[in-house]
Design a binder for this molecule. Structure first.
Ligand code: F6P
Length: 323
């Protein structure tokens, strides 16, 4: 193998740049050329490639977002479209690609691998919803943002004795809400994986109010309600009979922004470099997962046919500690 490509795809996450840097620098150390593919799979389709050298990835380890830009490219699901990408790779002499992203990215990588372009995936999404890895790149930074936001909200909530509904990201997964709520000391956490009963939530808030609580923080994952804003839906329902006044805060895309934490830079550096080693040694069709302190390879089919489960013990712990 002489030349590899690297791309970032789907929702960006803090630490993607650190992973790109690690990919390029490790590849150079192994004597490989690297091309950066702009705008994810869209760049594969139109051949938007650029050579990346050591200096091109200088000064990016601390930056959020992705220097290669990212896109969601639904057309990449079509085999005829992917054939264009494969032609572009052959023309450019790209013999393997490292893809950095979440589950949609993995599906594209699996198809490319099957159709003749070896790929290795580095899991990066703030949702941390990918089977086979304990942590994805970006979720730690996201959680720090969520916890800092909850801390700030709590001060004003206490001052005015209010309940705040704080909506966090997670279209299908409650990981951010669970860990953000646990670490932020939320009184209630509502996630898509667990049925909720707003009457029960209202009663618990009312009981807390009666016990003399100064505030209530209810963290809700955006995915608990599909017909609009989850936080506003919950807020509207709780307004009646809870004692406290209710305010709603939707954290939104600020959760995806900002400089990556030390943890995210660390795993991005390790996973990016290991992806190059894996590809250069002839292994492909795998994601690199962080399992405990180790990096393991996991077949795409295993990753994509399994669902990462929420740790219910942590959910129960959060409930116990919220009394
Ligand atoms: O990055 C993952 C994610 O944050 C989901 O939790 C969220 O639903 C989605 O991306 C929103 O992304 P976009 O605004 O890019 O559609």
């Amino acid at each position: 193998m002489k030349k590899i490509g690297v791309l970032t795809s789907g929702g960006d996450s803090p630490g993607m740049n650190a992973a790109i840097r690690a990919t390029v620098r490790k590849a150079k150390a192994l004597g490989l050329d690297v091309v950066g593919i702009n705008s994810g799979y869209e760049g594969c389709l139109v051949g938007d490639f650029r050579e990346l050298d050591l200096k091109d990835v200088g000064g990016i380890i601390e930056e959020g977002g992705t220097m290669l830009r990212s896109k969601r490219a639904p057309e990449f699901k079509e085999k005829e479209e992917r054939a264009k990408a494969i032609r572009n790779f052959h023309q450019e002499g790209v013999e393997g690609v490292i893809v950095i992203g979440g589950d949609g990215t993995l599906r594209g990588a699996k198809a490319l691998n099957r159709e003749g372009i070896p790929t290795v995936c580095v899991p990066a999404t703030i949702d941390n919803d990918i089977y086979g890895t304990d942590m994805t790149i970006g979720v730690d930074t996201c959680l720090n943002t969520v916890v800092e936001s909850i801390d700030r909200i709590r001060t004003t909530a206490s001052a005015l004795e209010r309940t705040f509904i704080v909506e966090v990201m997670g279209r299908d997964s409650g990981y951010i809400a669970l860990m953000g709520g646990l670490s932020g000391g939320a009184e209630q956490i509502l996630i898509p994986e667990v049925d909720y009963d707003l009457e029960k939530v209202a009663k618990e808030i009312y009981d807390g109010y009666k016990r003399g609580k100064q505030h209530m923080i209810v963290v809700v994952a955006e995915g608990i309600y599909k017909e609009g804003s989850a936080a506003h839906h919950v807020g509207q329902n709780l307004k009646k009979q809870i004692g406290f006044e209710v305010r709603v805060t939707v954290l939104g895309h600020m959760q995806r922004g900002g400089n990556p934490s030390a943890f995210d830079r660390g795993i991005a550096s390790r996973l990016g470099a290991e992806a190059v080693t894996t590809l250069s040694e002839g292994e492909s069709g795998v994601m690199l997962g962080l399992q405990g302190h180790n990096i393991e390879t996991v077949d795409y089919s295993e990753v994509l046919s399994n669902e990462k489960k929420i740790d219910m013990e942590l959910y129960e712990l959060a409930q116990t500690l919220a009394q």
